[in-house]
Design a protein around this ligand. Structure first.
Ligand SMILES: Nc1ncnc2c1ncn2[C@@H]1O[C@H](COP(=O)(O)OP(=O)(O)O)[C@@H](O)[C@H]1O
Ligand SMILES: Cc1cn([C@H]2C[C@H](O)[C@@H](COP(=O)(O)O)O2)c(=O)[nH]c1=O
Length: 216
């Protein structure tokens, strides 16, 4: 049975790498895939991994119709055995419904990859719809780690290494950015709640939002 699968995890846990590996494995067996992404850090029309691999992809915008595109592709004699969709958190909920329709009505596997929550721990609308509709949600096995060594579960946004909690939901960016720039850092929940990034923990500065410590 064809499936809609959501491969999810924090930033920098290997989602795009897995997307590229899955495409490689399927195409090595003669299957043909359609690859989509939106706002990859490497630029328009590219699906890229921090390991250095990348591939061409169709860039998705708000008005893009997945179902219409795949039907058009098949009608014009094209083949599609599977669909890979990276940065799926940026898709609209309606586009996730279209992907489910590709699975159910066209019998094509759809593998979607993305982060679930934003820098404020809120679900991205596209990810929420994926959780609602996917046949399976797979959490990646390679765990990104917090600076303390615990499994990272949250995506913090940083400015100059300090965690921020105000701003637009979507700001394209990367982990390990230079001083002063907007970037991201993956943290365990404990350190996310304390706003304790690697930089702030090194300097011993804790956020005023740190929970009161019982002195007794
Ligand atoms: N120099 C490196 N050597 C080995 N692995 C690396 C290196 N740089 C990045 N990685 C691996 O790549 C992962 C990030 O892969 P990527 O597919 O870009 O992540 P995601 O799409 O989830 O943000 C890191 O968690 C790490 O496991
Ligand atoms: C947490 C968070 C992330 N983003 C952006 C930053 C990156 O461009 C992508 C995630 O890419 P990755 O391949 O998973 O590393 O999402 C954002 O716009 N808003 C956020 O809150």
């Amino acid at each position: 049975m064809p499936e809609l699968v959501f491969f999810s995890g924090t930033m920098d846990c290997g989602k795009s790498t897995l997307a590229l590996q899955m495409d490689h494995n399927h195409s090595a067996r003669g299957r043909q895939g359609l690859i989509f992404t939106r706002d990859d850090r490497a630029g328009e029309g590219v699906l890229s991994s921090r390991l250095g691999l990348s591939t061409e992809a169709l860039e998705v915008s708000d008005d893009f119709d997945f179902y219409g595109h795949v039907v058009g592709h098949l009608s014009s004699g094209g083949r599609a055995d599977y669909v890979i969709a990276d940065e799926a958190q940026f898709f609209t909920p309606g586009q996730i419904d279209q992907l489910a329709r590709v699975v159910d009505e066209l019998g094509i596997d759809v593998f979607a990859f993305g982060i679930t929550t934003d820098f404020r721990t809120k679900l991205f609308p596209g990810s929420q719809r994926l959780v609602e509709l996917a046949d399976r949600v797979e959490v990646l096995q390679v765990e990104a780690l917090c600076w303390c060594g615990a499994r990272a579960t949250h995506n913090a946004r940083t400015v100059g290494g300090r965690m921020v909690v105000e701003g637009a939901q979507v700001v394209i960016g990367d982990v390990d950015v230079h001083e002063g720039e907007i970037g991201y850092e993956v943290l365990c929940r404990r350190h996310y709640r304390r706003r304790a990034t690697a930089a702030s923990s090194r300097s011993g500065v804790l956020s005023p939002d740190v929970l009161p410590v019982d002195a007794r």
